[in-house]
Design a binder for this molecule. Structure first.
Ligand SMILES: Nc1nc2c(ncn2[C@@H]2O[C@H](COP(=O)(O)OP(=O)(O)O)[C@@H](O)[C@H]2O)c(=O)[nH]1
Ligand SMILES: [Mg+2]
Length: 248
């Protein structure tokens, strides 16, 4: 035996070893180049394909309601927190603290009152009156010793509702004095506890010594619609005042 050869393997690649070399087998097909001697022009710059872009113009949607700040003020235990809670469309923010024996003789909520807490900072609620108007209600603490906060709470307010208990008229004097001095339009809402007033409205107006231009209404702090009507009176007063000032 001269040699051992596998029968499948060819003895040599067709075309010889050069035809089976790596450059021959894997190189890209040869394309003819530019004629020798001519400069090669640079490739054209890349341009992204044009895509039609749809532009969206301003859409005329519904306008957001105008925000208006209104204060709910008045003496201690007259129904300010109740007023805000009755009408607010959100769960009202309250800052109630338990009344303690330290307040006996200082904070008098009235003989028949079952009040056990008091507002120590403010009440907050809001109500949308219509598509163009949204009221933000800020209830003040009632006691005159919290008067230092009223300036801050009153900043930016359009008007105020001074809530009055007809049994304890003197409790609302500090609030009325404050708004008269601040020049903020206000209306007086007499909260008819259990649907009755201790005095009629003309007598209350006389006792509070408020001018004819200050609206005086009876309302029920627990009734949503009644509170709404009282707030509309405040808005009316504020609008009236603004119109007058513009005309002057
Ligand atoms: N019967 C009756 N009770 C009321 C009325 N408004 C408020 N109250 C009660 O009077 C107390 C004092 O009310 P509140 O809103 O806390 O007074 P505020 O100190 O002015 O905030 C609470 O116990 C209320 O439930 C009302 O119109 N009728
Ligand atoms: Mg309160």
């Amino acid at each position: 035996m001269d040699s051992v050869r596998s029968p499948e393997w060819p003895a040599a690649a067709a075309g010889g070893p050069a035809a089976n070399s790596a450059p021959t087998r894997y190189a890209a097909p040869v394309t003819p180049g530019p004629p020798a001697g001519r400069p090669v022009p640079p490739p054209p710059p890349y341009r992204p394909p044009r895509v039609a872009v749809r532009t969206v113009g301003p859409v005329a949607g519904p306008r957001a309601p105008v925000p208006v700040k209104i204060l709910i003020a008045g003496g201690f235990g007259v129904g300010k927190t109740t007023t805000v809670g009755a009408i607010s469309e959100i769960a009202p923010l309250t800052t109630e603290a338990e009344m303690t024996s330290a307040g006996i003789g200082v904070d008098d909520p009235g003989a028949d009152s079952d009040k056990t807490t008091t507002t120590v900072a403010m009440d907050f609620g809001c109500v949308t009156i219509d598509r163009s108007l949204k009221l933000y209600l800020f209830g003040t603490p009632g006691q005159a010793r919290f008067g230092f906060m009223w300036d801050d709470l009153a900043r930016g307010a359009l008007g105020a509702l001074v809530v009055v208990d007809s049994d304890r008229l003197d409790d609302c004097y500090p609030a009325i004095d404050f708004f008269e001095r601040a020049g903020l339009p206000f209306a007086v809402g007499v909260n008819a506890f259990d649907g009755r007033l201790a005095l009629d409205l003309p007598s209350i107006r006389w006792a509070l010594a408020i001018g004819e231009h200050v609206p005086l209404v009876q309302f029920d702090a627990r009734d949503r619609l009644s509170v709404r009507d009282a707030l509309l009176v405040v808005l009316d007063r504020a609008l009236d005042r603004a119109t007058r000032e513009k005309g002057a």
